[in-house]
Design a protein around this ligand. Sequence first.
Ligand code: AP5
Ligand code: MG
Ligand code: ZN
Length: 214
Amino acid sequence: MNIILLGPPGAGKGTQAAYLCKEYAIPHISTGDMFRAAVKAGTRLGLTAKSYMDRGDLVPDDVTIGIVGERLSEPDTQNGFLLDGFPRTIPQAEALQAVLLRIGKDLTAVVNIEVPEEELVTRLTGRLVCMACGATYHRVLNPSPLRDFCGVCNGPLITRADDAEATVRSRLEVYRKQTEPLISYYQSIGKLENINGLLPIDEVTALLRSVLTE
Ligand code: AP5
Ligand code: MG
Ligand code: ZN
């Protein structure tokens, strides 16, 4: 199963990826998580990425394409993978097609999770993430059973640096300009499935499951 989860910031890509990757036993490849890990480790990649992420801008294509190309050649992607947050521009999508051709793989599906903009702002400004394991919650919509601590590993929950409302608005604008065109791109190559991401989390998971196994 080679899957792309497409959708605006806050659509629920990370939340759904956690369930699907466990169920299908495939790696969750999130460029956002990879960049945040690099920032935390203080690597050169992290330093580069941070300046873009703090403004809500995209990290340059050459950097992003490079790390995904390397990741997809690792052996754990043999039986499939789920891409979350990549591709995000037409050049990234074209580069991905070239990588897939080179490694002899094809996409099973590209699923676009649709959610209206005001709901995205509510979701992102209330999001909490576990500092230790990355599990995602929402203060109101999806609270942790342990309130300010992670229900999975008991780690402390924090707000992502780019979830301040002004940065969220910039990310949404960047999405509209640079990422939304991917919807027509994947439609034109016959890979696109749209699903309603406004439903409760478990119902979105059920929709994804049905789209992926049809
Ligand atoms: P990234 O980490 O990918 O962030 P994003 O795309 O902005 O998406 P999010 O992680 O914010 O949203 P999500 O869809 O995962 O939603 P979640 O499940 O958490 O990228 C961060 C930055 O890295 C970028 O801005 C860029 O700078 C850089 N970057 C990354 N990839 C790049 C690339 N390819 N090229 C260049 N730069 C790149 O859910 C959100 C909230 O909603 C949570 O609180 C959750 O609990 C709640 N929620 C989820 N589903 C539901 C539901 N159904 N009902 C109610 N609440 C829900
Ligand atoms: Mg995410
Ligand atoms: Zn945790």
